[in-house]
Design a protein around this ligand. Structure first.
Ligand code: MG
Length: 388
């Protein structure tokens, strides 16, 4: 039995992870569940899966959660400290970090320091704090298994290969709903248009990030840390069908790709079972139905997030955290209908520019990274207030 804790069990990845677990009830013991604020669903999950521990990220919802799991034999926790407790429970072997945002960093780091295996679906942990998290994982001999579909693909393509055999990695990107838009038309796209992803069914924040391609930007930085790959060796190619989940180019020119349906349950399952592979009854890709696979260059005028990501990644220090946090702040405003779509990247670019005057450390501690994260959120909202 794999003793598992899930951070973010009510989100899109968390719910699909539970679907994976439902297929193998005799192989997983769900020790702990945690969610940000969806108490109703969390309580329902507690009733169904009977974990020993449950936590809600939003401290104010603690008493609501206690009330809604009354009579069940479960220990209730709350706040960031609750998430960290969940991540470090002695009997837990494997932590699935599936929360969205920078809130995932500290619990994941705590799990690594407690020598838990980590299945990582939270990009921000590596984007903002890769310089801290990766050395800690090495130091504690902890494996981080990527759950993001592109990184799971690259992880599979790289398996068993020497780094000296690898020329570069190629992340595929669907291009989202605005792939064929003209730059001038982007300014007036609506929230509903941006939320209509052609292939993937995901949470709101990541769907907007796919429309701006900030998601791919975050994935570039994530790949740098996961695979110890210089930025010059990370390429992005648009692949509208999202069938090829990413590729690796070897030194002799051979391209290795991983293909599958647009179904996150596959990378989630591998993240939970690795190094084993278990046979599942989820639908499988029929190549004759895929018909065509197209590949196009990224237009960085249409998607400035890609250039910003390379800049943030190459500069390093606190800039990736600032890139991520500013984006999180402005995307929330976009989702509330407060700003234009194109302001997402322009404000992030401005915040990145201003941050150079703030003298953030080039080799930051976790505290400095988290301070830069907070600074960037405030700076983004101030710039928005000035521009509106
Ligand atoms: Mg992805």
């Amino acid at each position: 039995m794999i003793k598992l804790a899930i951070l973010g069990s009510t989100g899109s990845i968390g719910q699909q992870a539970l679907e994976v677990i439902n297929q193998f009830p005799e192989k997983f013991e769900l020790v702990a569940l945690a969610a940000g604020q969806n108490i109703e669903l969390l309580a329902e999950q507690v009733r169904q899966y009977r974990p020993k521990y449950v936590a809600v990220g939003d401290e104010k919802r603690y008493s609501d959660l206690v009330e809604s799991v009354k009579g069940l034999d479960v220990q209730v926790m709350a706040g960031l400290s609750g998430l960290i407790e969940i991540a470090t429970i002695t009997e837990v072997e494997l932590l699935l970090t599936a929360v969205v945002g920078a809130v995932g960093i500290e619990p994941t780091l705590a799990a690594i320091r407690s020598k838990k295996r980590v299945a990582l679906a939270n990009k921000e942990t590596l984007v903002a704090a890769g310089s801290i998290v990766i050395p800690e994982a090495k130091k504690h001999g902890v494996a981080i298994i990527p759950v993001d579909s592109e990184h799971s693909a690259i992880f599979q393509c790289l398996e068993g290969r020497e780094p000296s055999q690898v020329n570069k990695i190629i992340l595929t990107a669907s291009g989202g709903p605005f792939l064929r838009f003209k730059v001038e038309k982007l300014e007036n796209v609506t929230v509903a248009q941006a939320l209509k992803h052609p292939n993937w069914n995901m949470g709101g924040k990541i769907t907007i990030d796919s429309a701006t391609m900030f998601n791919k930007g975050l994935e570039i930085i994530e790949a740098h840390w996961l695979f110890d790959m210089e930025y010059d060796k990370i390429d992005v190619v648009i692949h509208p069908e999202s069938i090829v989940h990413s590729l690796v180019e070897l030194v002799d020119g051979s391209l290795i790709a991983q293909l599958g349906l647009c179904d996150m349950k596959l990378p989630i399952q591998l993240g939970l079972t690795y190094p084993e592979r278990w046979s599942s009854s989820f639908p499988k890709l029929d190549l004759t139905k895929a018909k065509q696979l197209n590949f196009l260059e990224v237009d960085t005028n249409l998607f400035p997030a890609i250039s910003l990501a390379y800049k943030a990644g190459r500069t390093g220090g606190c800039l990736p955290a600032i890139f991520n946090a500013a984006n999180e702040a402005v995307v929330a405003e976009f989702l509330r209908g407060k700003i234009k779509f194109t302001q997402i990247s322009s404000i992030v670019a401005e915040v990145m520019g201003y941050s150079l005057k703030e003298n953030f450390s080039k080799v930051p501690s976790l505290e400095e990274i988290l301070r830069a994260d907070q600074w960037a959120r405030k700076a983004a909202l101030q710039l928005l207030a000035q521009n509106c």
